[in-house]
Design a protein around this ligand. Structure first.
Ligand code: FMN
Length: 185
């Protein structure tokens, strides 16, 4: 299995980074080859034309040379994915949202690069702990628009990360070992 983490975390240390390492460790222990895609250097959608550009018919972004095309290819090659983000303003990090805005336009529907692929969703709020639910809901909507299959939702914060890190590890491992969303244990 080729397992890919897409992260919106701009920091090198801290809770979100710890969680990312657990999501990597779980996937490797599950037998997957695992990597991380960072999207913070990519530009936002230019909103071409009157709302649509080449994304609609060609499934390519007109500005793909900024690294978006390469990132889209990396997603294409992944069998399973994990989206991890710090919670900012009750939403995913702006860099991740910008990437998803562009990717959704290219990959909307049942024939795109995410269609049918299992995804683990992880949101890490830090201060109040508020906003995990709205952030996960935002990622959920992206998955539904692109036909991805949500494997699990995990919200992790300052006071639950002792047991939630174990949940992230276990979810990544179970998914990469072959468990399917919808299976009854
Ligand atoms: C611009 C900004 C907005 C934030 N909004 C929230 C929020 O809505 N809820 C929350 O609990 N934490 C919020 N935080 C804190 C981050 O979620 C927190 O830094 C991160 O998720 C996890 O901790 P880490 O920085 O140690 O990785 C915010 C941080 C920033 C920089």
């Amino acid at each position: 299995m080729n397992y890919l983490i897409i992260s919106g975390n701009p920091k090198g240390g801290g809770l979100c980074q710890d969680v990312t390492e657990e999501a990597l460790r779980g996937a490797k222990d599950g037998g997957a080859s695992a990597g991380t895609l960072l999207v913070e250097k990519l530009e936002r959608c230019h909103v071409c034309g009157e709302g649509w550009g080449s994304c609609r018919e060609q499934h390519k972004c007109a500005f793909e040379k900024d690294g978006f095309g390469a990132a889209q290819d990396t997603v294409r090659k992944a069998d399973q994915l994990c989206f991890i983000t710090p919670v900012y303003w009750g939403e995913m990090a702006e860099s991740l949202k910008s990437f998803f805005d562009r990717l959704r336009r290219c990959e909307f529907g049942q024939n795109g690069v995410l269609s049918g692929k299992q995804i683990l969703l992880v949101a890490s709020p830090g201060g109040s702990g508020n906003g995990a639910l709205s952030c996960l809901e935002q990622m959920d909507r992206f998955c539904r628009h692109t036909g991805a299959v949500i494997f699990d939702y995990i919200g992790i914060n300052r006071w639950n990360n002792d047991y939630k890190k174990k949940a992230v590890y276990s979810a990544a491992r179970a998914m990469t070992e072959g468990r399917k969303a919808g299976t009854t244990l």
